[in-house]
Structures are given as C-alpha cells and as structure tokens.
Ligand binder design. Structure first.
Ligand code: MG
Length: 254
C-alpha cells in the first residue's frame, strides 16, 4: 500500500472538504417529496461547477452491471450500498444513505452519510446512530502502531454490542490516486491482526449495517444491494489519513 506525503494528504483534504459540502447539500435537500433524481442532478451540477471528476461515472467493477452512469449512490430503506439513483420520491420516515467519491487534481476522497427523511422511527435512528458510533470507534483506533485488525474490530464490536450482525463482503478500503486501493478494511476483525498502521496511509472507513441480517441481495438493476430480509440499513463513511498524531478526518468541511 502506498504511503502519501503530507502534501498529498493536503490535496486529499481539499477533495474531502468538497465531498463534505456535497453531502451537506444533498442531505439537506433530502426532504419529503423530493425525487432521488433531483439529488443526483444537484450533485452533477456541483461537481461540474467545482471542476471535480466523479469516481463513479463509468465505473465498471466486477460486481456491478457497469458502466455506472451516475455520480451518487442513493440507498433508501432496505438498500444498504450502491443504490442506483432512480425515479423515486422520498417519503416521511425514509432512511437515505448518500455515498459520493470524487477526485480533484487527481486526488480522491470518499464519504457517505445516512439521514432520516421527516420523522424518524426510533429503531431507524438507533441504527443510524450505531453506524456513526462504529465509524467514530474506527477513527479512534486508526493510530500509528495499531493494526488494521484493530480498526475492523472496533467497528464490529460497536455493531455487535448493539445487537447488529456484520457483513464482511463489502467494507472500507485504501484510496488516494484512485477510489479503491489496498488494503481492504473489513467491518469485523481480529484485534492485533493485519498490517501495522503507518503515517501516510489513507483509508476510507465505512461501517454499514442492516438491522436484522448480514445477508444481502442485488436488485435487478445490477447495482443496488439490499438486506436479504428487507430490514433497513445505514452507512457512515469518512476518508482518513493516518498521521503521527492519529487519524485525521479528511472529509469534513474546510
Ligand atoms: Mg464511499
């Protein structure tokens, strides 16, 4: 895995600040009655105006039905990851996760946030709060000298302490010049296992949970991943850099 210089991390911080602005804009627009396609259009406009490049556009991974022709992943209710933006109007109580990755001047950042539209159901709020706590725990564990397994363990422990099962098919990842670099960061793991964390590593940490299952199914659209039992899902992601002082979150507003 490639270690980034302080200047390279500073460049990723610029991209991360823009990702935070995008997520602020999209989640604040995500009100009852808003169509998912309006959110996608708004993101396209912001990305074009900033001169950024979407990492999703034309993305054609082994698992999807590529190429992807959108700049956002919008996953609603039982959709947990890779939600294909569709002609769907948000309703009161919907759980929406927004996941975005872009590059600016060749440097990528990636983040996701889950919001509840209108009035939250208590069970959904608890699920969202838990993915955010799991992300906080992962960031706290991402310090030099710890191992990658400590980060995975931190995520998995928060989830399981709250009674949520953990899927390890999709998780966090290295990133920098491209959206996906080594290593893979599973959302559950053995403390003390895996590579040692070193300053200069840049990682996207992304706990995601389905309320009552760790099994997933893929929609006919070839992209949208849902909980196998129809239970609702939540996803929280930040891009971080490991520094001598611990993890620095790169996807916060500048
Ligand atoms: Mg992401």
């Amino acid at each position: 895995m490639e270690l980034k210089t302080p200047d390279e991390i500073a460049a990723m911080r610029v991209t991360g600040g823009f990702i935070a602005d995008l997520l602020d804009a999209l989640t604040s627009r995500a009100q009852v009655g808003v169509n998912l396609l309006d959110l996608e259009d708004h993101a396209r406009g912001m990305i074009a105006a900033r001169g950024a490049q979407s990492c999703y556009w034309d993305y054609a991974p082994s698992f999807g039905r590529g190429p992807f022709r959108n700049v956002t992943c919008l996953s609603v209710n039982d959709a947990c990851l890779h939600g294909l933006p569709r002609d769907q109007v948000l309703a009161d109580g919907d759980v929406l996760s927004v996941d975005i990755a872009v590059s600016i001047d060749g440097w990528v950042a990636d983040a996701a946030r889950t919001v509840i539209v209108g009035t939250p159901r208590p069970a959904d709020q608890r699920l969202v709060d838990t993915t955010e706590r799991a992300l906080d725990a992962a960031i706290a564990a991402a310090v030099p000298g710890h191992r990658l397994g400590d980060v995975s363990h931190a995520i998995g422990r928060v989830a399981e302490d709250h009674g949520y099962p953990v899927n390890t098919q999709f998780g966090g990842h290295g990133l920098g010049r491209t959206m996906h670099e080594d290593p893979h960061v599973p959302n559950r793991g053995r403390p003390g296992g895996g590579p040692v964390l070193r300053p200069g590593m840049t990682l996207a940490l992304e706990p995601w949970l389905c309320a009552t299952t760790d099994r997933i199914v893929v929609d006919d659209d070839g992209w949208t991943i849902r909980s196998a039992d129809g239970s609702r899902a939540s996803h929280s992601e930040h891009t971080i850099a490991i520094t001598d002082d611990g993890a620095r979150v790169l996807t916060l507003p500048l």
